[in-house]
Ligand binder design. Structure first.
Ligand SMILES: NC(=O)c1ccc[n+]([C@@H]2O[C@H](COP(=O)([O-])OP(=O)(O)OC[C@H]3O[C@@H](n4cnc5c(N)ncnc54)[C@H](O)[C@@H]3O)[C@@H](O)[C@H]2O)c1
Length: 316
C-alpha cells in the first residue's frame, strides 16, 4: 500500500496525531479531513489547509453522510476515536459507540464507496498486562484490561474481516503512548496543566513511582505510519510503534518540573488502583518494534527525550 500521491481521507484529522499526519502528507496527497471537533481543533489544520489540495469537513462518524463523503477516496486513515483510556471505567458505552460502532460504520461506508485501503490507529493496550515485554505483534492471548483496549481490539478484528471479505487492504498501528505538541490528553498534558494552575504542588495519579511505559514522539510515530503503510502487503498487516525503552510516571513528573523551570514541587500521589493509576491502567508496557524497524524506521527519541520534547512543545 502507499500513502503518497493518493486521495486520502483522514478521520480525526483535527486531533493530535491526525493533524501531524496531515502536515506530513499534505504536499503529496489530496486530502479529505474529517472531524466532529469534539476534542480536535480546526486550527491544528491551518498549515495543511493553506497548502491547498485539502478540504475540511466537520462531520461525525456516527452521522448519516459517510458513504457520500468517501466517494473518490482511495485510502482512509482512521484516527477518530475516544482515546481516553480512563473514562471507559466509569461508563463503557461511549467508548463502545465512539470506537467500535463508529469504526464499523466507517468500514461499511468504505465498502460501499469502493475504498480499498484502510489504516487503523490501534494501541498497546490491546495486549493487556502482557507477560512478554517488549511485546511483539504476534503475542497472545490478547486480553485487554480496559474498555478502550477491548474496543480497539474489536476494531482490528472488524478491519481484518472487511479486508478479507471485501477485497480491502488494512494496516494496523499499535501505538505506545504518543506525545508531542497539540496533544490534549495523557500524563504529560495532565501534569503540565496541573503545574500551570499550581506550580508548588502536583497531584499524580497512581502509587509512587507509578507505571513503567514507553513514550514515542509524534514525529517518530508519523514516520512510522508512512514507513509501515509503504511496506504493508496482504489483507492485514500489524505494526507496533514505540520507543525502545520505558520510563516511570515519577520520572515523567521530574522531567515536566525541570522543563517548566520549577523546583521544590511537592508531589502527592492519589494511590491508584491495583498498582496502576486507575482501573484498567496497564502497569508495564514496551513494544517490540522489530517488524517496523525492518522497513528502515527507527525512533529518533527515547522515552525521556520524547517526554522532554513534548513538554517544550506544549510550552512553546
Ligand atoms: N495519543 C496516543 O498516545 C495514542 C496511543 C494509541 C492509540 N492512539 C489512537 O490514535 C488515534 C488518534 O489519537 P489522538 O491522540 O490524536 O487523539 P485526539 O483526541 O487528539 O484525536 C481524535 C480526533 O477524533 C475526533 N473525533 C472523535 N470522535 C469522532 C467522531 N465520532 N467523528 C468524527 N471525529 C471524531 C476528535 O474531535 C479528535 O480531533 C485514536 O484512534 C487513538 O485511540 C493514540
Amino acid at each position: 500500500m502507499r500513502l503518497r500521491d493518493r486521495r486520502v481521507c483522514i478521520t480525526g484529522a483535527a486531533g493530535f496525531i491526525g493533524s501531524h499526519l496531515a502536515d506530513a502528507i499534505a504536499g503529496s496527497c489530496e486530502l479529505l479531513l474529517v472531524d466532529n471537533l469534539s476534542s480536535g481543533r480546526k486550527g491544528n489544520l491551518a498549515a495543511t489547509l493553506k497548502r491547498g489540495r485539502a478540504r475540511f469537513v466537520k462531520e461525525d462518524l456516527l452521522g448519516p453522510k459517510l458513504p457520500a463523503l468517501l466517494k473518490d477516496t482511495e485510502l482512509v486513515v482512521h484516527l477518530a476515536a475516544n482515546p481516553d483510556v480512563r473514562s471507559g471505567a466509569d461508563d463503557p458505552r461511549p467508548t463502545f459507540e465512539e470506537n467500535v460502532v463508529a469504526t464499523f460504520r466507517l468500514l461499511d461506508a468504505c465498502r460501499r464507496a469502493g475504498v480499498k485501503g484502510f489504516v487503523l490507529a490501534s494501541t498497546s493496550t490491546i495486549y493487556g498486562e502482557a507477560t512478554t515485554v517488549p511485546t511483539p505483534e504476534d503475542y497472545g492471548p490478547l486480553m485487554p484490561v480496559s474498555m478502550y483496549g477491548a474496543s480497539k481490539l474489536t476494531c482490528e478484528a472488524l478491519a481484518a474481516s472487511f479486508a478479507h471479505t471485501y477485497g480491502m487492504e488494512s494496516v494496523v498501528f499499535r501505538f505506545a503512548n504518543v506525545v508531542g505538541g497539540r496533544s490534549r490528553h495523557g500524563v504529560v498534558w495532565d501534569l503540565v496543566q496541573k503545574l500551570k494552575r499550581n506550580p508548588k504542588r502536583l497531584e499524580i495519579i497512581g502509587r509512587e513511582p507509578g507505571t513503567s511505559k514507553s513514550y514515542v514522539y509524534i514525529d517518530d510515530a508519523v514516520r512510522g505510519i508512512l514507513a509501515g503503510v509503504d511496506r504493508a502487503t496482504g489483507p492485514q498487516t500489524v505494526f507496533n510503534v514505540g520507543s525502545d525503552d520505558a520510563i516511570l510516571v515519577k520520572e515523567i513528573a521530574d522531567i515536566v518540573v525541570r522543563e517548566m523551570g520549577l523546583s521544590g514541587v511537592a508531589y502527592s500521589w492519589t494511590g491508584g488502583v491495583a498498582g496502576g493509576g486507575w482501573k484498567g491502567d496497564v502497569k508495564r508496557m514496551v513494544l517490540d518494534t522489530t517488524r517496523l524497524k525492518a522497513t528502515g524506521w527507527r525512533p529518533k527519541l527515547t522515552s525521556v527525550e520524547a517526554v522532554a520534547q513534548a513538554v517544550r512543545d506544549r510550552l512553546a
